[in-house]
Design a protein around this ligand. Structure first.
Ligand code: HAM
Length: 405
């Protein structure tokens, strides 16, 4: 009988990767908290209708990629393909839209999309995301972008920021009409997917990856030239704030994002160091989604970073965490070593070797574990209530009373 393997596109996270994973989550959470975000957790399983209504029936995510099934109670449910919809559902369900005020939440966890797995594209992947509710100011858009930049800078990740405005309910419909007119004239030359999208969601034609389509779309009307005065002023202001704060960006008027809920600001952070799946974070404003999901109209903006996409790019802060290794030289000293480790662990990371061994054997073990200090108790030390500490970086050795370490 062959061993059972994990499913295609789903991975275990362990050893070096889990070090990177927890390092990233801890530090991204710290940075998000500095910007006023608090942790929120929503269920992984939600009603399918939630994603149909928010991400959009015509999106690839809903159409082709959902892990959808009927549960034992005949409910149509699916594993979340992204985090925003659940957070908005929770916001409305907890009546925060009615309470008024500003709410900022961060989250992280597994998302599921039944895509064709390849490098940087998994079926179960992890996002770190933030969602801000109740702020109708473009300064919040800038702050969200600065927050992502702070996280990526902290991890030593180089990126490019692509920016667009998708307008609002005033300027998007007339823009769509003129785009459809343009597309209808070149219809026969566009790919099959684009032809479908002209009917279902014409702006998605703009980010078709087919080279021929791309060339044909060069002269298509641009949303950034068709914004209403309010959206135009907001977009100009956002660009000015970013420039003032030394954030470089490129305007990409074909950046439409694969989710239907965006209005005005839309952005992607991309890296040219990770291959074809180059988007490391994406997000934007979604001022109409709370209302779509039954709440009171509430301005909102957010983003999500794909953790597996930045895995290889994270440079861990080189300051090595203090790590004590405790060992005993004989059986009678194990209890004392164990007790000393339990006390020291209240303030620093400690490992303990339960089996008594010689000094050199302990030294090898401690090095293998990446300890910074080795703490050893032998018969002599046990008698005196002391412990030998060897600093594994400076190689300095000293004997202290156990109570003083
Ligand atoms: P998204 O662009 O679909 O946006 O996903 C955000 C990030 O998740 C992507 O930039 C990418 O790094 C990562 N990602 C997406 N699909 C995969 C995959 N199959 N494998 C590995 N990584 C992946 C959203 O999900 C929105 N909810 C973001 C948002 C929050 N907008 C507003 N608030």
């Amino acid at each position: 009988m062959s061993n059972i393997q994990s499913l295609r596109g789903m991975k275990d996270i362990l050893n070096e990767e889990s070090e990177l994973f927890t390092y990233f989550i801890e530090n991204a959470s710290k940075i998000a908290k500095r910007y006023g975000y608090t942790y929120l957790e929503t269920p992984i399983l939600e009603e399918t209708a939630l994603f149909k209504r928010s991400v959009g029936e015509s999106s690839d995510i809903v159409n082709k990629e959902m892990y959808q099934f009927i549960d034992k109670g005949e409910n149509d449910v699916c594993l979340r393909p992204e985090g925003t919809a659940g957070v908005v559902r929770s916001f409305v369900q907890n009546k925060l839209d009615r309470a008024g005020g500003v709410y900022r939440y961060f989250y992280f966890g597994s998302m599921f999309r039944y895509e064709r797995p390849q490098k940087g594209r998994l079926r179960q992947f992890h996002q770190f995301g933030c969602e801000s509710f109740g702020v109708d100011s473009v300064y919040e858009d800038a702050n969200v972008i600065l927050l992502i930049k702070d996280i990526l800078d902290f991890c030593g990740i180089r990126f490019k920021l692509q920016l667009n405005s998708l307008g609002c309910k005033e300027c998007m419909p007339p823009y769509k009409t003129s785009l459809v007119q343009y597309l209808s004239n070149i219809r026969t030359e566009l790919c099959e997917d684009c032809n479908k999208r002209i009917e279902t969601n014409p702006i998605r034609v703009l980010d078709c990856k087919n080279e021929k389509c791309k060339t044909l779309l060069v002269d298509a009307p641009k949303i950034t030239n068709n914004l209403c005065p309010t959206c135009d002023a907001n977009f100009e202001k956002l660009k000015a704030i970013l420039t003032l704060n030394n954030v470089n960006f490129d305007i990409d008027s074909n950046l439409v994002r694969g989710l239907d809920y965006y209005t005005q600001t839309a952005f992607e952070f991309v890296s040219d160091e990770i291959g074809a799946q180059s988007a490391i974070a994406g997000g934007g404003r979604y001022d109409r989604l709370v209302e779509f999901l039954g709440g009171r109209a509430t301005p909102a903006i957010g983003f999500a970073i794909g953790i597996e996409r930045i895995w290889e790019l994270i440079k861990m802060n080189q300051t090595q965490e203090e790590h004590y290794y405790f060992g005993a030289l004989s059986e009678s000293c194990v209890d004392a070593a164990f007790e000393a480790a339990s006390i020291k662990r209240k303030s620093v990371k400690c490992s303990i070797e339960y089996t008594p061994r010689g000094f050199n054997k302990h030294f090898k073990n401690a090095e293998k574990l990446g300890a910074t200090v080795m703490a050893i108790i032998g018969e002599e030390e046990l008698k005196n209530g002391t412990i030998v500490l060897k600093n594994l970086i400076s190689k300095e050795e000293k004997t202290l009373f156990v109570k003083d370490i």
